[in-house]
Design a protein around this ligand. Structure first.
Ligand SMILES: NC(=O)c1ccc[n+]([C@@H]2O[C@H](COP(=O)([O-])OP(=O)(O)OC[C@H]3O[C@@H](n4cnc5c(N)ncnc54)[C@H](OP(=O)(O)O)[C@@H]3O)[C@@H](O)[C@H]2O)c1
Length: 272
């Protein structure tokens, strides 16, 4: 398929106010997609939508907290009201808490991560599916290499990304024959605000203490390009790093090696 694959296709992207979601919105805008962009920060989202319109797309911003089922239902309804159909849903919104599990003062942050990353994807998918069946559309889930290599200090995040992987593997099979494809993406580190937004045990963003990305870290634009390509090809899953692709095999043969790598990669957050 060529670069016009998303021309006139209606795509909902969650977490579109920043990072990978923003880059994907701009990527699809250049192809002439009709976009419904969701995140909590309405002002930032509208800036991204305006940029997408400038790039040639139709784009609306729909301020949404995906951890709230009612808001996910309203997001789907809004996309449908605006464009009359839905061709693709990209479940991308997410964040992480970086802290030892036994240092959390309560479970509220843990639950918030699960509600956003996992249940947010479930809610959006549930309400979009009837419309995606009409268009033989596409569901995309942005999981993480954390669902391949479980990282210490990121128990809720890792659990949420494993949960996403399992959930989308099951609905892929259930949707077999419906015409709707389900593509799960497992990115490794991508240079976005994600790391700065990681919250400590008290819920404060790490900010300047965030991991420094190297020149070799994948850009959000490259990640977006790979997501779009995988969705167009209706790929089952794409893992965006060699260590992510190898981890499940090494896990079978020598799980201790994966643990060792994970400990090295997940440097101890400052406030654990
Ligand atoms: N960057 C990486 O290294 C990396 C690696 C693997 C996987 N990922 C995954 O990629 C996805 C995008 O992350 P990113 O790197 O682009 O990080 P980012 O720049 O921090 O963007 C996260 C996006 O999610 C939105 N979001 C967070 N909580 C939300 C909520 N409750 N409701 C709606 N939107 C919400 C944020 O917008 P608001 O704050 O305005 O709501 C923002 O648009 C995440 O699912 C992340 O787990 C990232």
């Amino acid at each position: 398929m060529g670069t016009e694959s998303f021309r006139d296709k209606v795509v909902i992207i969650t977490g579109a106010s920043s990072g990978i979601g923003e880059a994907l919105a701009c990527h699809l805008a250049k192809e002439g997609a009709f976009l419904a962009l969701a995140a909590r920060s309405g002002e930032r989202l509208e800036t991204v939508a305006a940029e997408c319109r400038r790039l040639g797309a139709k784009a609306v911003s729909v301020p949404t907290d995906v951890s709230d089922e009612g808001q996910c239902k309203a997001l789907v309804a809004s996309a449908l009201n605006t464009y009359g159909r839905i061709d693709a849903l990209v479940n991308n919104a997410g964040f992480a808490v970086g802290a030892r599990f036994d240092n959390l003062s309560s479970l509220s942050l843990f639950v918030e991560v699960l509600n956003t990353n996992f249940l947010g994807s479930v809610y959006c998918t549930y309400y979009a599916l009837p419309h995606l069946k009409e268009t033989r559309g596409r569901v995309v889930a942005v999981s993480s290499v954390a669902a391949r290599i479980p990282f210490p200090y990121f128990s809720s995040y890792t659990a949420s990304k494993y949960a996403m992987a399992g959930f989308f593997d099951v609905i892929r099979m259930e949707l077999d024959g419906s015409g709707v494809s389900v593509t799960t993406i497992y990115p490794d580190f991508v240079a976005t605000r994600f790391s700065a937004n990681v919250r400590d045990a008290d819920g404060r963003p790490r900010g300047q203490n965030a991991r420094g990305y190297s020149r070799r870290t994948m850009t959000a634009q490259e990640c977006a390009r790979r997501i779009a390509k995988a969705a167009v090809a209706r790929r089952r899953e794409v893992t965006l790093s060699t260590r992510g692709r190898l981890a499940p095999w090494i896990m079978l043969l020598a799980p201790g090696v994966v643990d060792k790598t994970a400990r090295k990669v997940a440097r101890k957050p400052p406030s654990t």
